[in-house]
Ligand binder design. Sequence first.
Ligand code: ADP
Length: 415
Amino acid sequence: MGFPHFPRQKTPFWRILLSGDFSLQKVIEQRMNILVVNCGSSSIKYQLFQMGKAVSLVSGIAEKIGMDDSYIVHQKDKNTHKIKLALPDYFSAIEKIAGLLTDAQWGALSDKREINAIGHRVVHGGEEFKSSVVIDEKVLDRIKFYSKLAPLHNPPAYNGIKATMKIFPQSRQVAVFDTAFHQTMPEYAFMYGLPYKLYTKYCIRRYGFHGTSHRYVAGAAAEILGKPLQKLKLITCHLGNGCSITAVEYGKSVDTSMGFTPLEGLLMGTRCGDIDPALVGYIAEKEKLTIKQVTELMNRKSGLLGLSGVSNDMRDLMRCAEEGNARAQLAIDVFVYRVKKYIGAYIAAMNGADAIILTAGIGENVVVFKKRLTKELSNVLRDEIKILTIHTEEERLIAIDTFEIVKDADEGSRK
Ligand code: ADP
């Protein structure tokens, strides 16, 4: 499927002739190779695309970086190659990935210098980054700065970018932020009812996450519906291990369920989502836990896992519920109810909706979930509100953003 945010604006031939720069023409003819890198706390996902058509050439994941049993799973043409090897840090992992990209059998390039640009997934860009940007020293500093808002996510991205800059010194680097898409939320949607000075002093507000996924599926939904995104009211539901739901009005995020951190909102695999904030102190007191331990409990031991006592995986829960496990069924019921409640809220927030989009592991695969939601929303859903299942492809959108930014920068510098 094509993608509506991807206008193919070829540089007019007369401009190349006037500039006398035939290397630009060469790039356009050869098409750009864009590497997408997503650094987690101990893993690096990567995917190499050839643009203009955003064709994926190879992809893979380096896992357990810094641990004894690290490995890379690499894929080319649906063939998988698993290599067990020592990956003590991000630098060595990215070096090995560079080797695989240029490997005679498993690679797609003959030289790493053929990579024109690298797009990095960065979780937090604060209020500062409202769209994707070329990374320079100043941007890199700011990504580090926002580690205070995303202590688990921004440091690996920062380290990954530093390593990629060294290993691919000739490639431009672009940052694509999870928070950027939600920067269009109005103040009344992103402010908490806390003393205002906490916002000015510590940047405490709602940011929202999964922005690249929400933006991708909203664009894809517009294409499926055959209408411009700017004329649609959409509710996008990213339901994976982490879950969030966004009201996308005329192409802009106007509200989203995750907040200052990804803990707020829907029930998730191991996160509790919305709770009474007074519970933090209450649980700490009763269970004799520190605030840090309560935060850990809410992030890692709650949600589907905490409620069911069985698993954080929806597949396990559905099987157990089928076998009569009441708590597995309860966890599923809480999950569905909360999605339904947010959909109702966002229909109200936008004064209607044209479609609800389900994506990510649960959203894309659990057919009974879509059926149940359709049934439960039958009183709210007028005929014109459709429920669509769309496969999210965050990496593809990161590649598209990177391509567009680098291409614009090239064209700008030649004007
Ligand atoms: P992440 O947020 O880590 O990328 P995913 O998008 O892969 O996670 O979603 C993980 C969730 O999706 C798990 O609860 C898992 O059970 C569920 N899931 C994935 N595939 C299926 C499937 N085929 N059937 C049912 N549930 C699935």
